[in-house]
Design a protein around this ligand. Sequence first.
Ligand SMILES: N[C@@H](CCC(=O)N[C@@H](CS)C(=O)NCC(=O)O)C(=O)O
Length: 225
Amino acid sequence: MTLTLIVGNKKYSSWSFRPWLALCVAGIPFEEKVIPFETEEFKREVGGVSGTGKVPVLIDGDIRVWESLAILEYVAEKFPQAGLWPKDVAARAHARVVANEMHAGFQAMRNHLSMNFARRVIKRDLTPEVIANVRRIEALWADCRARFGKGGPFLLGAFSNADAMYAPVVGRFYTYDVDVGEETRAYMKTIMTLPAWQQWVAAGIKEPWLFAEDEVDWPQTHNLT
Ligand SMILES: N[C@@H](CCC(=O)N[C@@H](CS)C(=O)NCC(=O)O)C(=O)O
């Protein structure tokens, strides 16, 4: 039975991007269904399968999983060979810590720097709360890399669910030209050169749907063509 992942607009849907990227990088076959926000189709289709009425949602036969982190857990359990959580117990515990920190936190950064893959790269002034989020994320990434990253260029060495959870943050740091250190830039490059990353971004740019709340500095910062 093929998995189906329902996602929202690729330009904006940061929670959708996480499991989509993990499935692609892990080479797990799935069908994607893009359903644009604020449509009757979204209400009907997503409302019918997701307890929260939000995306992403994974459908596996009779099983429906919503909440991005629950989807990542489900997929890691169903496809253990994909290695979406590190094998080493300490690295795995830490991967879960940082994935949960992302799922539950960084509200200021999420509100102020919404993911938008069609926005031209232009710096935005940051509030002290957003700067504190950025610094925490940089420290967290550096700590992962120093303690567990010897085996590869990702947070815990090989690609894991922790990288999937932070992928939209990479997009935000890039899009809003956030001042970050060299080590952070190197990690951003690792993520942004993933073929799956590029595929998602290209599809997002082509999408025709625009939302005013995500386009506060429209039109001078847009890059739709
Ligand atoms: N905690 C949820 C957040 C899901 C979420 O906020 N999804 C947004 C898109 S990124 C959504 O579906 N918004 C549409 C709506 O609220 O109508 C998760 O991790 O999946």
